[in-house]
Design a protein around this ligand. Structure first.
Ligand code: FS2
Ligand code: SF4
Length: 548
């Protein structure tokens, strides 16, 4: 195996013996083969689309194959083997689609090689062997590590975008142009000869497309559940039976809320599900009781202590302890061997039964709350007041401190930074990195809370909209605003968001806790020169540099 797609990669260079995340070499190789298979499918699908032929089943399969390989999603060899079997069928279907389109257009079909004509083995062991031959490490041997790193930057961005596109389509928001983008880019990445210049261009273009994908997901979430409104969320438990819902999928939470109505079970959000409390059509459920625990990397202790059932709707799952293995459930694309999977029928009764069989919380803990629900609608609803405070010098600066959390050391930078932000400054936050500081009391500036939780990682779209609206008022651009971005990354959704911000021309972003292993020094130098992208330093130095 060779995997360096996330921030906690071994030695900062790559997991080779076993994934720090718990991914086995076998799973890593099968995932690499699935990506290779997706490239083969897209080579045909892209060409078929150029001739006007498309097939939604093919489109969806490619998106789900990409999402499946995101960090902390799927650790199950057998599910990957079934996906590979399906991949071959879908690839053949894409080939037939392309050849039929060629016949109709009266042109000869190209004979495509590489992943387009690859013969997948039947047995698991042989598939693992095949996967080992298409890892990024093998690519680096062929193209050199700078080109391979750029290839991976684009590919990993596609994986992140695919996660968002999948969430959006679950709620009925799709854009055919987005499917065309995935196929075009995977086809591009399947070429033998790739140049640094082309890849840098494609990386920024992937960022552009990711904005469209996040826009789709924003429309899906706000269109289905309403615009988030500022909402206090209980972070201490109530007595009673309980189900904890983790991941990012709003529809799964809604289904669980519906299926548990009147059953005497309280539903708690975990991790990136916290922003769900702000959505009118989700907060209306009286048994959506509160938020439990912190960011994903604390789950093994927190799930162990949770006296109910747990449902993982997407990443980030860690190896379950035996103490809760029989009361944790996966659904959607998440999978862990031996953990009960709730299939496409979305019948959550196994989780309901496990919750009823578990002791539940014994007593009400004293109430403590935090505030969520500061999406673009809520923040821009208070824009006049915010602008007035900025003009009066009462708000000096905005900091967007957002992104992923993670287990590696160095992430206390974000807590220390948030604590050190002067009292005349406002912090916007999003994604699971907020758990580093979202239970601290930041107070307010004349009624505007100093900590505004914009939402999940994909709500970076909302944050961009807020920044652009403020830039309009102040007749400047995003770089002209008193706004600094202090980002933390972990997995591939952070990669596509970073590329989106760079595509928008956002400068001076500080990124940590370490730089991606796949962005090699010459590429980072280009990004530094063009966008002044910089690694985080010390809190004191960074704050001094920003505020002067
Ligand atoms: Fe956090 Fe994990 Fe949200 Fe990432 S819960 S690192 O998937 O996308 O953020
Ligand atoms: Fe290692 Fe991250 Fe890949 Fe897991 S996802 S194998 S931790 S680089």
């Amino acid at each position: 195996m060779f995997c360096y797609q996330c921030e906690q990669t071994a030695r900062g260079t790559g997991c080779t013996a076993f994934g720090v995340c718990g991914k086995s070499p076998e799973v890593a190789d099968l995932q690499d083969l699935l990506i290779y298979a997706a490239k083969g499918i897209s080579m045909y699908a892209h060409r078929a689309r150029l001739l006007g032929s498309r097939d939604r089943e093919i489109d969806l399969f490619v998106v789900e194959a990409l999402f499946t390989t995101v960090t902390n999603v799927n650790f199950d060899e057998d599910r990957l083997v079934s996906l590979l079997a399906r991949a071959e069928t879908v690839r053949n279907r894409a080939r037939d689609l392309y050849e039929a389109a060629c016949r109709e257009a009266g042109q000869e079909a190209e004979a495509l090689g590489g992943p387009a004509s690859f013969a997948f083995a039947a047995a698991k062991e042989a598939l693992i062997d095949q996967g080992g031959k298409v890892t990024p490490e093998r690519g680096a041997e062929r193209h050199g590590d700078v080109v391979q790193g750029l290839h991976d930057l684009v590919l990993l961005s596609l994986k992140g975008s695919a996660a968002y596109a999948d969430h959006a389509q679950v709620l009925g928001q799709e854009d055919d142009a987005v499917y065309a983008f995935f196929h075009e880019f995977l086809d591009f990445l399947s070429r033998d000869a790739l140049s640094v210049d082309d890849l840098v261009g494609k990386a920024l273009e992937a960022g552009k497309w990711n904005i469209r994908v996040m826009e789709l997901l924003d429309a899906a979430n706000t269109g289905t559940y309403g615009h988030p409104v500022p909402t206090p969320v209980r972070v201490t438990p109530l007595a009673g039976k309980a189900i904890l819902v983790s991941g990012h999928d709003l529809k799964d939470l809604e289904l669980i809320l519906k299926q548990t109505e009147g059953k005497g079970i309280n539903i708690y959000t975990h991790g990136e599900m916290l922003p769900c409390h702000g959505y009118p059509e989700l907060k209306k459920y009286g048994h959506l009781a509160g938020n439990y625990g912190g960011a994903w990397q604390d789950q093994r202790e927190e799930f162990d202590a949770f006296p109910g059932a747990i449902v993982m709707t997407t990443n980030c799952i860690q190896k379950p302890k035996d103490s809760y293995k029989d009361r944790i459930f996966t659904t959607g694309l998440v999978a862990w061997p031996g953990v009960t999977h709730i299939g496409p029928d979305k019948d959550f009764s196994p989780a309901v039964e496990a919750a009823l069989a578990a002791p539940g919380f014994e007593k009400d803990e004293p109430e403590k709350t935090i505030l969520v629900g500061f999406g673009r609608n809520a923040v821009l609803g208070a824009a006049d007041k915010v602008v007035e405070l900025v003009r009066a010098g009462k708000i000096r600066h905005f900091f967007l401190i957002g992104g992923c959390d993670g287990a590696k050391s160095g992430r206390n930078y974000y807590t220390d930074f948030a604590r050190a932000v002067p009292e005349d400054c406002v912090i916007l936050t999003l994604a699971c990195g907020k758990y580093r500081f979202n239970k601290l009391d930041f107070g307010d500036i004349e009624g505007i809370p100093r900590l505004l939780d914009v939402g999940q990682c994909n709500d970076a779209f909302s944050a961009v909209k807020i920044a652009m609206a403020l830039a309009d008022v102040f007749e400047t651009d995003v770089n002209g605003l008193p706004l600094s971005l202090i980002l933390s990354w972990y997995e591939q959704k952070a990669v596509c968001i970073l590329l989106s911000l760079l595509y928008l021309g956002v400068k001076d972003i500080r990124l940590g806790p370490s730089l991606p292993a796949f962005v090699k020094a010459p590429v980072f130098e280009v990004l530094q020169e063009k966008f002044n992208l910089q690694p985080i330093g010390s809190v004191e130095d960074d704050l001094r540099a920003i505020l002067g």
